[in-house]
Ligand binder design. Structure first.
Ligand code: S3P
Length: 436
């Protein structure tokens, strides 16, 4: 499918966006191995989380998601998962695969994790190394999926400093740590999202995190709890940018997760001149949540502080669009990790922006993007949800129609994306290229 977007003046309004993808994955996984019934409200019913949900069902967990976003899980306890009858297919989801790999290392049975073409080309060595140090046995296709995990190994806690800043790696180690003898410590070189630690704590696990050392004590059991999933700031970011670059609009996005390990995008856009305010902040369970008010603003180019990269890791595609609308030029550095996301996001974004007539210089782990007026174009999303949504946002201020190709993956993280933009007056439709 393709997006077809006509240049349109975005109008003011209040919108909601779907639940947080990272928190939804963790709620499903930890709910599955807790004791008792976990109630999740606001789960992201996107394809990534549904793949994780199906994998957990195949591992013997009873999950009722007949109500889509309100999910009930009858947890089986740390030792209650059962052998799956076939390979567990995680689709497009790196989070699903890496977190489940950590969990499955601690089981008494073998399991296999597979994924789609994009996931099958993503690096898994980053989890295989620390999990192997803990005593796990994992076969892979030269460091890539499929992963075959041999169960029945006795795991021991490690002290490990991942060479890349990654919440997925940290979480895989902590999940394996639940099954390990002794203490597990992850030493972070840069702060990454801490939803796993917060949720583990809310379920009674001994987790502490001082100055980059995250420590998990041996844990006997997790206690089921109720979890309210806030709206995903990574999805809200598309609405935030569409509003900032519009002529004269003010939009409120309600109930968004504003965990400080995620808010790099707000910090960066504010530094570029973006009028963004946080209203009605509150703590919902373990997670900070607020309404975000955005006003159209004139953006200016900056050198983005590399220390913010891990706090905005999923927002660089949309930040590239911000940069193209910022007077002067914007420099990004230390963003090499973008090359191993759902697509090579540095190349995918640079190619699309160049198609729109924007000047971009790229290096292995950075980019400089110059101000320009985007022209109509046909853009390839490379099957990457965030690339597709970023160009749909850019298209709202292009000089003529923009077609974004291959947008099916948008449903992995933001089902209803085009409806949300549509509710703010954007002329966006989904078209089957074979029928047009
Ligand atoms: C995620 C961590 C990040 C992020 C991904 C979700 C998570 O990946 O890009 O979308 O839920 O832990 P890395 O850990 O690879 O940086």
């Amino acid at each position: 499918m393709d997006f077809l977007v006509l240049p349109t003046a975005l109008t003011s309004g209040t919108v909601t966006v779907p639940g947080d993808k990272s928190i939804s994955h963790r709620a499903l996984i930890l709910g599955a191995i807790a004791e008792g019934r976990t109630e999740i409200e606001g789960l992201l019913a996107g394809e990534d989380c549904l793949a994780t949900l199906s994998a957990l069902r195949a591992l013997g967990v009873s999950i009722d998601n007949s109500d889509d976003t309100k999910v009930l899980i009858d947890g089986v306890g740390l030792g209650g998962l059962t052998i799956p009858r076939k390979a567990l297919d995680l689709g497009n989801s790196g989070t699903g695969m890496r977190l489940l790999a950590g969990l499955l290392c601690g089981q008494q049975f073998d399991s296999t994790l597979t994924g789609d073409e994009s996931l099958s080309s993503r690096p898994m060595h980053r989890i295989i190394e620390p999990l192997s140090m803990m005593g796990a046995s994992i076969d892979s296709n030269d460091g890539k999926p499929p992963l075959v995990i041999h169960g029945g190994r006795a795991l021991t806690g490690v002290h490990y400093a991942p060479p890349v800043a990654s919440a997925q790696v940290k979480s895989a180690i902590l999940l394996a740590g639940l099954y390990a003898k002794g203490e597990t410590v992850v030493i972070e070189r840069a702060v990454t999202r801490d939803h796993t630690e917060r949720m583990l704590r809310s379920m009674g696990a001994g987790v502490s995190g001082d100055s980059g050392h995250i420590r998990l004590q041996a844990t006997e059991r997790l206690e089921a709890t109720s979890i309210k999933v806030p709206a995903d700031l990574s999805s809200a970011a598309f609405v935030i940018l569409a509003t900032l670059i519009a002529k004269d609009a003010e939009v409120v996005i309600s109930n968004v997760g504003v965990n400080p390990t995620r808010t790099g995008v707000i910090e960066i856009l504010r530094e570029m001149g973006g009028g963004i305010s946080i209203e009605n902040p509150q703590l919902v369970g373990e997670e900070p949540v607020a309404d975000i008010r955005v006003r159209s603003s004139v953006l200016h180019g900056i050198a983005v502080d590399a220390s913010l990269v891990s706090l905005a890791i999923d927002e660089f595609p949309v930040l590239f669009i911000a940069a193209a609308n910022a007077v002067g030029s914007t420099q990004f550095s230390g963003i090499g990790e973008l090359r191993v996301k759902e697509s090579d996001r540095i190349s995918a974004m640079a190619n699309g922006l160049q198609q729109m007539g924007i000047k971009v210089d790229v290096s292995e782990d950075g980019a400089e993007i110059y101000y320009g007026e985007p022209s109509g174009a046909i853009i390839d999303s490379y099957g990457d949800h965030r690339v597709a949504m970023s160009f749909a946002v850019a298209a709202t201020i292009a000089d003529s129609v923009v077609r974004v190709r291959n947008i099916d993956a948008v449903d992995t993280s933001f089902p209803g994306f085009s409806e949300v933009l549509g509710s703010l007056g954007v002329s966006i439709s989904i078209e089957d290229p074979d029928q047009s």
